[in-house]
Design a binder for this molecule. Structure first.
Ligand SMILES: [Zn+2]
Ligand SMILES: [Zn+2]
Length: 305
């Protein structure tokens, strides 16, 4: 099959657009979509320091590659990569993420659960079982990312979330009947560095293709603890339904954006955590709650040594 825009051989057929695209036109189309998302949300401005949350998987590696190209000529915008080592044996060595950042000439920093919290995710699972691994991990990773970001003057956090991730999270909230999650998505936590998602309108399969065409050495492994049953079912339902109705994922992401309450995340009703001094919705912040739960004793406070 030939490319719809030139005479070269096509490497992909986009059902939702009806286009066959060659490698060059696919890359161009992909980058135009990501740029449009950034422009429409006014996500990156002069003076910004943008950090990519680089796990080393295809999505985050593709994002670092894309942003390093986009910002190459911009002397007024800094780009860096941050990798968190959760401490999962045999899964995603931070050195792979580092190699990708190095190959693109992007400054890279790392931090680990072991150093920051004195416990690895494997140890947490050993004590608490795998059921809550993802929610514990999410809370701890986000807090650690945020702390490193603040140390480095980061103003925007870039995540490799794609269209499938966004659609799945909206569908999962709907299937759970979780109206609160739809109106106040977790991304909008007060006191956190704002998140941007340049690939939010690009299907996961295209992000994977863009990564495989442009980045070497990214990690294909799935997290051994990412086994949420509802998430897996939602993915299957979504993929099956989308094969017959190509616009479904876009509709869900648009629904999520429409339901999101504007102005949430303005920091109202916040106070300082009594343990660590970070901003918190309650007396004790979620990180300190998780640490207490998984370690069985309280974490170090700001005035203790
Ligand atoms: Zn072409
Ligand atoms: Zn706290």
């Amino acid at each position: 099959m030939k490319c719809s825009k030139c005479r070269r051989e096509a490497i992909i057929y986009q059902r939702y657009s009806g286009l066959h695209l060659c490698e060059q036109h696919f890359n161009r189309d992909f980058e135009a979509k990501a740029k449009r998302a950034i422009r429409e949300h006014r996500w990156i401005q002069s003076g910004d320091t943008v950090a990519v949350a680089l796990s080393g998987d295809g999505d985050s590696s593709a994002l670092l590659y894309f942003l390093s190209r986009l910002l190459r000529e911009r002397r007024d915008i800094r780009l860096m990569a941050i990798t968190v080592d959760e401490g999962i044996r045999g899964y995603r060595e931070p050195r792979r993420a580092r190699a990708i950042a190095d190959s693109l000439g992007v400054p890279w920093v790392t931090a680990s659960f072991a150093k920051e919290y004195g416990i690895t995710l494997d140890e947490i699972v050993g004590r608490k079982g795998a059921e809550l691994a993802c929610s514990y991990c999410g809370v701890l990773r986000q807090a650690l990312m945020n702390r490193i970001a603040c140390e480095h003057g980061v103003t925007k956090f870039a995540y490799g979330f794609n269209l499938d991730d966004g659609a799945r999270s909206v569908l999962t909230s709907v299937l759970r009947g979780d109206a609160d999650r739809l109106i106040h998505p977790v991304q909008e936590v007060e006191g956190m560095v704002p998140r941007i998602k340049p690939f939010m309108c690009i299907p996961g399969s295209e992000v994977a293709l863009y990564a495989s065409l442009n980045v070497e050495g990214f990690d294909l492994a799935e997290c051994p603890y990412a086994v949420g049953a509802l998430q897996g079912d939602a993915r299957r339902i979504l993929d099956e339904y989308t094969s017959r109705h190509p616009a479904t994922k876009y509709s869900l992401v648009n629904l999520g954006e429409a339901l999101r309450e504007p102005g949430c995340g303005d920091g109202e009703g916040l106070r300082r955590c009594e343990r660590c001094g970070e901003l918190s919705g309650g007396r004790i912040c979620r990180v300190c709650q998780v640490i207490e739960e998984v370690r069985g004793f309280r974490s170090k406070g700001p005035d203790e040594d």
